[in-house]
Design a protein around this ligand. Structure first.
Ligand code: C5P
Ligand code: MG
Length: 157
């Protein structure tokens, strides 16, 4: 019986004018651009969902929930996250997510004011206390100004 598992996930999209910016299920009001994607482009939820699957060697979200499937196309990625969590819990032998640590890289806008809302929503989706969800924001220092990216680690225990 495993006592610990860890999963890592990543996602990135190009930024496009006229798209909403969604991060962790939160709509970032006033953002000039959002992710260009078939899905809602929520890179943070996608990175966390991939981390959930990876901990159990279950492949990735593109394999299980293709964004060409109307069920996952423009639908909120919170549904995809819940489905990935259910799949992973089915393999987890009673273990469950205990902690999430994620980094979002985006030059603009500033995300600091949204940190609590994003972390609270992720905590709710994963049934975790708020203090088990760490969210870091980074700029790319101008190296990737047209790009939004998230990376996430999930610990299971
Ligand atoms: O990437 P850098 O080290 O310059 O980020 C400095 C600060 O800016 C950090 O405190 C980070 O939380 C914040 N930040 C932010 N929104 C972003 C990128 C960084 O609030 N989109
Ligand atoms: Mg820096």
């Amino acid at each position: 019986m495993d006592e610990l598992r860890i999963g890592f996930g990543e996602d990135a999209h190009r930024l496009a004018v006229g798209r909403p910016l969604l991060l962790g299920g939160i709509h970032i009001e006033g953002a000039a651009r959002g992710a260009e994607a078939h899905s809602d482009g929520d890179v943070l939820l996608h990175a966390v969902a991939d981390a959930l699957l990876s901990a159990w060697a279950l492949g990735d979200i593109g394999q299980h929930f293709p964004d060409t499937d109307p069920a996952y196309g423009d639908a909120p990625s919170s549904g995809l996250l819940r489905d990935a969590l259910a799949l992973a819990l089915g393999r987890a032998g009673g273990l469950r997510p205990r902690q999430v640590s994620a980094v979002v890289t985006l030059d603009r806008p500033k995300l600091g004011p949204h940190r609590d809302a994003i972390a609270a929503r992720l905590a709710e989706l994963l049934d975790l206390p708020r203090d088990r969800v760490g969210i870091t924001f980074k700029t790319s220092e101008g190296l990737a100004p047209d790009h939004v990216q998230a990376r996430a680690v999930v610990l299971w225990g």
